[in-house]
Design a protein around this ligand. Structure first.
Ligand code: ADP
Length: 167
């Protein structure tokens, strides 16, 4: 099922081991993964768009040119059309993910019928890993190393240090 490019959209606030694992596995199905960092989504983000893009780039540097990272705003279907891409990648961890993801996939399909959403189940040891857990630990000065790629751990620590007490 090797088929050019899949878009991996998300807040990535910040990028975690769960995201990296999804990208790695998607690359056995697709030639390229285009990580689309949401500029302003439904969630308020701790890190700026530029920081989230930089962190995702560093976290995925190991995949070379197979992975592209860029920011986007507006509707995902419009972004997908503009890149001439017909596949979206999302991860599933829990039933709570499933509700929202099904709704989004169905709406996106209505708006762009050729668009398919591909789900990969979280790897067992990443089931409980989320950006929000990393933010909670990081903002409280705790150890985040086991949840994020080693290439971005130090930069993240600095980012959390700057924000401690401000949130
Ligand atoms: P969003 O705000 O769009 O949910 P996230 O950055 O939280 O953005 O997540 C982006 C995608 O990555 C989502 O499909 C989410 O389910 C998936 N994801 C997040 N953490 C993990 C994980 N630990 N394992 C697998 N998929 C994950």
């Amino acid at each position: 099922m090797k088929n050019n490019t899949v878009i991996f959209p998300g807040s990535f606030d910040p990028f975690t081991n769960g995201h990296v694992n999804l990208v790695q596995r998607a690359l056995s199905l697709f030639d390229h993964v285009r990580i689309a960092v949401v500029s302003k989504g439904r969630k308020h983000t701790l890190f700026s768009l530029e920081e989230r893009i930089n962190l995702a780039e560093q976290a995925c540097a190991c995949f070379g040119q197979a992975v592209i990272v860029e920011g986007f705003s507006g509707l995902l279907v419009d972004y997908a059309r503009s890149c001439k891409c017909r596949a979206i990648l999302r991860g599933l961890r829990a039933i709570s993910d499933f509700d929202y993801e099904t709704q989004m996939a169905l709406i996106n399909k209505r708006l762009y019928p050729e668009l398919e959403t591909v789900y990969l189940a979280a790897r067992e040891d990443n089931l409980f890993v989320s950006s929000s857990v990393v933010r909670e630990i990081g903002l409280n000065g705790g150890p985040i190393e086991q949840f994020v790629p080693s290439s971005i751990a130090e930069e993240l620590h600095k980012g959390f240090l700057l924000r401690q007490g401000t949130c």
